[in-house]
Design a protein around this ligand. Structure first.
Ligand SMILES: Cc1cc2nc3c(=O)[nH]c(=O)nc-3n(C[C@H](O)[C@H](O)[C@H](O)COP(=O)(O)O)c2cc1C
Length: 194
């Protein structure tokens, strides 16, 4: 199963791009799960270290269903809107809250495949720094980060929304970076399947 995490509080460009990505994977026979932060209550990590002592997070909120999805996933796709040249606060909260997964089992995410999608209102609005934040999270947690290859989608999918869903639909170059990254992601997924 591939879990797609939409890090936008709106049902707009990031939601659209991730939904389209998961539909492509479904069409090719992969099972997917869509998780959005929209309307959810996911608090930031408090660094109380409860998880280190009890192997679970003290904050019993909407992160719990996502923990289940992450445990069961072969692949993870984090799709974030670009906020101040990086990931959204909602995506950062999810990353930090994964400390509890590591406390439960140090290898809980190890060996899974990870892909990133960044959607910015500007063409060069910080999509690549946002993708680097996602890849850093993957590396720290033993997730294998997938690049789109060195010709056009080096760090993953970079989309330009002009702040609207209609805008992102017009970003044909951005969708090329998505296609390339997805191609590499599927190649890795298929190479892992016995
Ligand atoms: C708090 C905030 C900060 C933002 N910072 C950036 C930015 O640094 N670079 C950029 O390209 N767009 C920035 N934007 C615009 C969003 O990335 C853009 O509207 C994107 O499409 C939002 O995703 P959504 O449509 O899925 O909600 C920002 C938007 C907000 C609300």
């Amino acid at each position: 199963m591939i879990v797609g995490i939409c890090g936008s509080p709106r049902k707009q460009a990031t939601h659209y791009v991730l939904e389209r990505t998961l539909e492509t994977l479904e069409d090719e026979g992969f099972e997917t799960e869509f998780f959005t932060v929209r309307g959810k209550n996911i608090s930031p990590c408090r660094h109380c270290d409860y998880c280190l002592r009890n192997r679970e997070c003290v904050l019993k909120d909407d992160m719990y269903p996502l923990y289940d999805l992450l445990r069961g996933a072969q692949g993870i796709i984090i799709a974030t809107p670009v906020y101040n040249g990086g990931v959204s606060a909602q995506v950062k909260a999810i990353m930090d809250r994964c400390r509890a997964l590591g406390a439960e089992d140090y290898d809980s995410l190890r060996g899974k495949l990870g892909m990133g999608i960044a959607v910015g209102g500007d063409r060069c609005g910080g999509q690549e720094p946002a993708l680097m934040q996602i890849h850093t999270f993957y590396i720290l947690n033993g997730v294998i980060p997938v690049s789109g290859g060195s010709f056009g989608a080096n760090l993953g999918a970079c989309l330009w929304s002009r702040d609207t869903i209609e805008g992102v639909k017009e970003d044909s170059y951005g969708f090329k970076t998505l296609d390339k990254t997805l191609k590499m992601f599927k190649r890795f997924l298929n190479s892992q399947t016995p």
